[in-house]
Design a binder for this molecule. Structure first.
Ligand code: GUN
Length: 281
């Protein structure tokens, strides 16, 4: 039977370690400010969870809620003010933004040293160049989870299904930094099933409920499921058919309780890291 890679348990370990490190800090507490625009119910839930997690580890947390009609220049002015505010170490603009706002423009306005999402082009460059920087939370959490379980990565064939800027692409860069041989597959990939079946490490982030079945998975592979889908019967499932796949793989992340809880834990890690580098300057 496969090893269950519980992100829920590991996120607790990460948060306990952060609480400890916060309690030992001299001077300023880490401070995160989240900007949320409009009334997207899922975004509201995520932002509330981020705020709660900050408070629990002893960070300062601030949420700026803006109406959906806010202009791009109004958001930019707020970001500029936060960039200049020494008590703010992390700035996160919750996505998606309304259509009249350019996500790329806002991402590029955040000071790279406060960009705890790792979405600024400077941080993307640092990630691919193998430099120090702030990198996207979900992929960072996944690599850390694999290390926590002593899963060897160097020299392994890693296949990432999905090429988003939030998960797929940064996941590829991070696994390359771990010396994996990395392939990124996507909706136009020919022979996807065959590609999946050749992977030692399979990371799936496509948003298609239970798409990956056991005959898509190499026996003994490590399977990471970033999906979060609501099945027609109401059950929350990943992109991997867990019951089908878990008997053939060596390790697998469940849904829920796998990758999901790591995103916020690593947002906290990024905020802590941003605070330390800003104060070291
Ligand atoms: N919306 C969904 N996921 C994310 C994320 O990782 N960061 C931000 N800022 N918004 C999101």
């Amino acid at each position: 039977m496969a090893l269950v890679l519980s992100g829920r348990k590991y996120a607790r370990v990460v948060r306990a370690s952060l609480r400890q490190r916060v309690s030992e800090l001299q001077g300023q507490l880490p401070g995160l400010t989240v900007i949320i625009v409009g009334e997207n119910p899922a975004s509201k839930v995520y932002v509330a969870a981020k705020e709660k997690a900050c408070v629990k580890v002893g960070f300062n947390s601030n949420v700026i809620s803006l109406p959906a009609e806010v202009t791009q220049s109004e958001i930019l002015a707020i970001v500029d003010k936060l960039n200049a505010d020494d008590s703010v170490h992390g700035i996160l603009v919750q996505l998606p933004l309304p259509e009249h706002i350019s996500t790329d423009l806002i991402a590029a306005a955040v000071l790279p040293e406060k960009d705890v999402d790792g979405f600024h082009p400077v941080n993307v460059g640092r990630l691919w160049r193998g430099e120090q920087g702030l990198f996207p939370c979900t992929p960072s959490g996944i690599v850390s989870l694999l290390h926590h379980h002593n899963i060897p990565l160097s020299g392994k064939n890693a296949l990432i299904v999905g090429r988003s800027n939030i998960v797929g692409k940064p996941m590829a860069a991070l696994l390359l930094r771990e010396n994996c041989t990395v392939t990124v597959a996507h909706s136009r990939t020919v022979d996807l099933k065959q590609r999946c079946a050749e992977a030692d490490i399979l990371v799936v982030a496509v948003g298609r409920a239970e798409m990956i079945k056991k005959d898509w998975v190499k026996p003994g592979a490590v399977v990471v499921d970033v999906g979060m889908n609501r099945r027609s019967d109401g059950k929350l499932v990943g992109d991997v058919d867990y019951d089908d796949v878990s008997p053939v793989c060596s390790a697998i992340t469940p849904v829920p309780g796998g990758v999901g809880p790591l995103t916020i834990a690593f947002l906290l890690e990024n905020t802590f890291k941003a605070r330390n580098s800003l104060l070291a300057d």
